[in-house]
Ligand binder design. Structure first.
Ligand SMILES: Nc1ncnc2c1ncn2[C@@H]1O[C@H](COP(=O)(O)OP(=O)(O)O)[C@@H](O)[C@H]1O
Ligand SMILES: [Mg+2]
Length: 235
């Protein structure tokens, strides 16, 4: 469809000899927040890694703004305008907040142009700018991880489980930040926290045992208790 910024169609991804994704399809409308839901081990992270070319699919297609991503290197995919925030807050703990942001630059001047926006979104990072990443709280590390993806001009952000292990008040701050981001860019989110997912996302795709089993509008899913219970195990 013309207004989908990302179109993942029938991808099969293997890790070693294991067939992890068995024909996963996900559509992400431009300007939306789309969430991948599903139990632990369902294949959500592998879907994001497949898009980024970290675990490239063996078959199937991935189109970003009409261009194929399959066969391209992760670095090239990032340069095309996709920001990736991996799970577990992957920041450099020995580097300062500033250095973490500097090495996220794809071209000189990216950070300078974005710094005001990043500080507005995450005021803590301004205060902690010179501090090593390892000294930050879990929530602040997650903010830094998201901020890194904002340094280049990305048109699509892939964010893997940002709320993992964070206190509710921090989750609220992150939700606010993601909403602000979604006004300028498109977001594909992985989230186990159904409360957060349901409040943020416009659309969802449920992944179960390496397959996409359900796709639709979040407002409809929220009303479908049976489906939520079946695939997500939350009441
Ligand atoms: N490096 C790996 N080697 C073998 N199996 C893996 C590896 N990474 C992930 N898997 C398996 O792939 C499946 C999907 O994992 P993942 O995409 O991380 O799930 P999710 O993010 O939904 O929790 C799981 O069964 C997991 O055990
Ligand atoms: Mg995961």
């Amino acid at each position: 469809m013309a207004d989908n910024i990302l179109e993942v169609s029938g991808i099969n991804t293997f890790i070693g000899q294991f067939h992890i994704l068995e024909g996963v399809s996900v559509s992400v409308p431009r300007g939306s927040i789309t969430v991948l839901l599903g139990r632990n081990g369902a294949g959500k992270t592998t879907t994001l890694k497949s898009i980024m070319g970290i675990t490239p699919p063996r078959t199937g297609t991935i189109m970003f703004e009409g261009k194929s991503l399959v066969g391209r290197r992760p670095y090239t995919i990032a340069k095309m305008g996709i920001g990736y925030v991996p799970e577990h807050r992957a920041i450099f703990k020995a580097l300062s907040v500033r250095e973490n942001l500097e090495i996220a630059e794809l071209k000189h001047g990216d950070l300078e142009r974005k710094l005001d926006f990043i500080f507005e979104l995450f005021p803590d990072l301004k205060r902690l700018y010179g501090l090593p990443g390892g000294k930050l709280s879990g929530g602040q590390q997650q903010m830094l991880a998201v901020a890194r993806a904002l340094v280049p001009d990305n048109r699509l952000l892939l964010i893997d489980e940002p709320s993992e292990g964070l206190a509710p008040v921090i989750i609220e701050q992150l939700m606010h930040a993601i909403r602000v981001l979604a006004e300028k860019t498109t977001v594909l989110l992985v989230e186990q926290n159904f409360h957060m997912a349901s409040k943020l996302a416009d659309r969802y795709t449920v992944i179960d045992e390496g397959r996409d089993v359900h796709t639709g509008i979040m407002a409809d899913l929220v009303k479908d208790r049976a489906l939520i219970q079946r695939y997500l195990g939350v009441a």
